[in-house]
Design a protein around this ligand. Sequence first.
Ligand SMILES: Cc1cc2nc3c(=O)[nH]c(=O)nc-3n(C[C@H](O)[C@H](O)[C@H](O)COP(=O)(O)OP(=O)(O)OC[C@H]3O[C@@H](n4cnc5c(N)ncnc54)[C@H](O)[C@@H]3O)c2cc1C
Length: 379
Amino acid sequence: MRRCDVVVVGLGLMGSAALDALLSAGVDAIGFDPLGPASDRGSSHGSCRIFRRFNFENDNYTGLSDEAHAGWTRLEASSGESILVPCPVLEAGLPGSAAVAASHAAAIANGRPDPTRSAAEINDQFPAFALPADWDAVVQDGGAILKAELALRIMRARAGERVIAEAARIDPRSAGVLVRSRSEDVLAQRVILALGPWLSRALPEIGSVLNVTRQAVGWFRPARPETVLPGQFPIFILDLGIDNTVYGFPDFEQRGVKAAPHNHGRTVDADDWEPPATDAELATTADALARFIPGAAGPILERDVCLYTNTLPADRRPDSGAEFIIDRWRDPRLIIASPCSGHGAKFAPAIGARLARLATDPNYEVEPFFQLSRYSAFA
Ligand SMILES: Cc1cc2nc3c(=O)[nH]c(=O)nc-3n(C[C@H](O)[C@H](O)[C@H](O)COP(=O)(O)OP(=O)(O)OC[C@H]3O[C@@H](n4cnc5c(N)ncnc54)[C@H](O)[C@@H]3O)c2cc1C
């Protein structure tokens, strides 16, 4: 039986970043995951995610974005690859949009110039857009297209033979936590469970505060291709009312405009990845493109499905319900990560660093809004 200090089970963006942080610090660590970076499963799969510096979900995340940005930059420097492709982030919505107001407030609080733009200014700067005159809008700087699959590939390559490409299960014992896969038994002092939507398979009790939802994604053939290229077209997030947000990217892959609804889809099981995204699931997105970004609207070229793992609102502190869980479990040898309420990817280096520290520094505690004790069931 192998022995090591820390095992990471699950190597999506969070587990990969945690393993990278551990190995970089010289910790004897091993990771398990049956999926590779090119898989079409797991919440981290696919070519891109939005990197925002200012997060309408919670201003606590601005510092986390900055920390993560530094981490991505280090990974870029060590690999020679561009993981973050700078891109303005347009957030726009119906008059009084809380999301637009929150991003505006975060930018101002952090000393940035006023990001407010009129709809006319947006339509002029980005010719694919036709925003209604009375809409609120901001364009935040510091945003980027995060090349998620590339980041996974780089971290996987850096981990080299420390990765075992098999599913694993845990078996806590008095001498350590036994991690068992088809071909390996590893006895670890600490185990990080970064299992995305599969977390409650390992720890069924955590399922009481998680809700896994199916999210449809589409690539649309733009009506005016010249208007949706990087440099002419921002990352966009349109706030169309309660539970109706649509986001998308410039056509940076010559694949069409990737756009999707951010409202939480139906609750599913972590193994429910079929069927492919339907026209009905992409209807609000197609409609939003046709009405507000006509240059990007057109037939659906490709489809994808991804899963969000949403935390339920906490009952022991104010919480938007879009927060993450990054903490030790009841058995403190187990560390858990559930940072997937649709906006976790950008923070992976910062979250990986927290997971690594929870596994190696017994005196370290994460910020209270990440802790499990915000739920009375786990206090
Ligand atoms: C459609 C969509 C769009 C998103 N857009 C954005 C965005 O624009 N910006 C942003 O910041 N975030 C975004 N997110 C959120 C972000 O992608 C997630 O927060 C992040 O990918 C979660 O990563 P993870 O490592 O926690 O989970 P996952 O990537 O799901 O990783 C879990 C891993 O655990 C592995 N696993 C499962 N069971 C086992 C086992 N028994 N043994 C070993 N391994 C196992 C799986 O194979 C998987 O690789 C989006 C998410 C989705 C679904």
